[in-house]
Design a protein around this ligand. Structure first.
Ligand SMILES: [Ca+2]
Ligand SMILES: [Ca+2]
Length: 611
């Protein structure tokens, strides 16, 4: 999200109306979907296109569209192999209620099919896409996400084989150092725009480090440190994490100077690839970009201000990421490990000194990341510092922070502000669980269970989804599935496993639109071909391989975003109704923009599912 990425719309709107005066120019948001053509299917079977693990719950969802006959209370279905031979059924599936465009849904449970192979489900005259049952269904999937991360690199960009944004940056909004140049080149662009944030970058880095720690065999070594092809003796997740770490170290250069953001939404005025970025922040087109520190005060150089009131949301993320990284490099690069340890301790100290949120700063646009939670981040920092130092103070503080926010507040809610409860899953509870005594472990598991129960309690629909469809809903779906997986691993309790599987299935195509939410995964499947991405448009969709897009949003959100409109006819019109919408359209920055943090954060679950 992008915060906003309304680049193309901005080009059109900027000439017409001052952007700040356009509260809700819903150019496309109120259009009525065209009626179904008679040739279009009125019932479809949606599946996880990447595949199902043999021992996992396996469910496809049949959706009967709104203006078709809702259908019977039960349907029967069979499963065929690719020769047409029946291998399962007929079995009955009960109606599971309406959801979005589906007047009725049916859950087609074929969990008992455990034999490796390729199959189709058939219900009445409706046939599913080919589904795969395979213990290796997720082999290489986590690595595929890393293609997108490499492509997002600032500094040397291996996709463009060129250095980008070489003049980063000039300090702004600092009490004594405004106007000073500081080298903060590197890191990743946040989405299809080229802003860079510590909150998202540190989270992506942390999760990649955690993924390779817990599932070291999930990642290959096919790329070098600079992201170009070629093994270098280091797994590619650690290569990517190090690219992030080098930038984070530049962004936290001394014990009292903590930067939070590079560039701002003035970026959105131009539609360029990174090498020819024309953004002008007052120092010339394509020149230096502004670097924002945490100040503990509301920030914004123009009309819009955020509600920042501390450092801790950012400081906790720095501390956790540096502390985990320090352990990762303890033997391979001890000098780097010592530096990371020093920076982790310093970052945590700033978080203690300045509790509260360090939010991203808006530029000309009203949008920013409205993160309100910071005790989750400090818990994670404290837990990782305890794992690193064994200083009992950090474990005490991790437990105390954990109690401040037992479950992440979006869980069970209908809505939330943009990035209000970032990063949507509190990895701190798991990090604390790893180091706590038995009573502490039970407490952390209970906290996770509370959140999961709240989401599952809303999931009484055929897709078994209980998240709110706010901006970046795919991030919430991924966060829920990851938390459910961690809880299952921590406790052995499988009560949420159906919901965990449903969330993964949703992200790979078991959703009303029948599309994977990850570009190119699986390559032979249905996935976003027309994302909100200048790189995709100018260089090719293959550059976006592995990128997770924002995902569906409430129709009301789509309809109220500024300057949003579709560029082409909506191939998903029959599935976009008054509840939630998704568009595979360059013009929809709310549902179809690839996101760096969502992609990075999904590495954990895909690594967990790897053989
Ligand atoms: Ca490598
Ligand atoms: Ca937070």
């Amino acid at each position: 999200m992008r915060t906003h990425h309304r680049v193309l719309a901005a080009l059109v709107l900027a000439a017409l109306v001052p952007a700040a005066l356009v509260p809700a120019l819903a150019l496309g948001g109120t259009q009525t979907p065209p009626p179904l053509k008679s040739a279009e299917p009125t019932r479809v079977i949606r599946v996880n296109q990447l595949g199902y693990l043999p021992d996992a719950p396996k469910t496809a969802v049949m959706c009967a569209l709104a203006d078709s006959t809702p259908g019977a209370a039960t349907v029967t279905f069979t499963v065929e192999d690719t020769t047409g031979r029946r291998v399962l059924g007929p079995r009955r599936a009960a109606a599971a209620g309406p959801f979005g465009p589906c007047a009725q849904t049916y859950r087609l449970d074929f969990s008992m099919l455990r034999t490796r192979g390729r199959y189709r489900l058939v219900a009445d005259d409706v046939r599913s896409p080919v589904v795969r049952v395979d213990a290796r269904a997720y082999a290489g999937a986590a690595d595929t996400l890393l293609y997108y991360m490499r492509q997002q690199r600032s500094g040397y960009n291996p996709t463009l084989r060129d250095s980008v944004h070489k003049l980063d940056g000039i300090i702004v909004d600092h009490p004594t150092r405004t106007g000073e140049f500081i080298n903060v080149s590197g890191g990743w662009a946040d989405a299809a725009d080229y802003l860079q944030y510590v909150t998202t970058s540190a989270t992506a880095t942390y999760v990649m480090l955690k993924a390779r720690r817990d599932f070291p065999r999930a990642f290959a070594d096919r790329f070098a440190a600079d992201g170009l092809p070629g093994a270098n003796g280091v797994d590619d997740a650690l290569d990517e994490a190090r690219h992030g770490l080098e930038w984070l170290l530049r962004m936290f250069p001394d014990d009292s100077t903590m930067f939070n953001q590079l560039a701002d939404d003035r970026d959105h005025a131009f539609l360029d690839i990174p090498t020819t970025d024309s953004s002008d922040y007052g120092w010339g087109k394509g020149k230096e970009r502004p670097v924002y520190p945490c100040t503990g005060k509301p920030q914004g150089l123009f009309a819009g201000k955020n509600r920042a009131n501390g450092y801790a949301s950012t400081a906790g993320k720095y501390a956790a990421t540096f502390a985990l990284a320090s352990r990762a490099y303890a033997s391979s690069d001890p000098a780097f490990a010592r530096r990371l340890r020093d920076r982790a301790l310093a970052a945590y100290a700033l978080g203690v000194k300045y509790p509260g949120n360090c939010q991203t700063a808006p530029g000309r646009s009203p949008y920013f990341y409205e993160e309100e939670s910071w005790t989750d981040d400090m818990e994670l920092g404290a837990a990782e510092l305890y794992a690193l130092t064994k200083d009992a103070r950090f474990l005490r503080e991790a437990m105390a922070y954990a109690a401040k926010e037992p479950y992440t507040p979006w869980m069970g809610a209908d809505t939330a502000r943009h990035y209000e409860w970032y990063p949507w899953i509190n990895h701190g509870h798991h990090a604390t669980w790893r180091v706590a005594d038995q009573a502490g472990k039970r407490q952390m598991a209970a906290y996770y269970r509370q959140g999961l129960e709240r989401v599952a309690g809303r999931a009484n629909n055929g897709f078994r989804v209980g998240i709110p469809f706010i901006w970046c809903s795919n991030n919430l779906m991924s966060a829920f599935a990851t938390q459910a997986f961690l809880y299952r691993r921590m406790t052995g309790d499988t009560r949420f496993r159906e919901y965990e599987a449903a969330a993964v299935d949703w992200l790979f195509g078991a959703n009303p639109w029948g599309t994977s939410m990850i570009i190119g995964l699986p390559w032979s499947g249905t996935w976003p071909r027309d994302p909100h991405s200048v790189m995709a448009r100018q260089i090719g969709i293959e550059t976006q391989l592995g990128g997770m897009v924002d995902g569906p949003v409430y129709r009301s959100i789509f309809g109220n975003l500024r300057g949003i409109h579709l560029f082409e006819a909506d191939e998903y019109a029959p599935f976009n109704t008054s509840f939630i919408v998704y568009h595979d359209d360059m013009g929809d920055y709310s549902t179809n923009e690839p996101i760096m943090d969502g992609t990075g954060m999904f590495t954990y679950l895909l690594a967990a599912l790897a053989p």
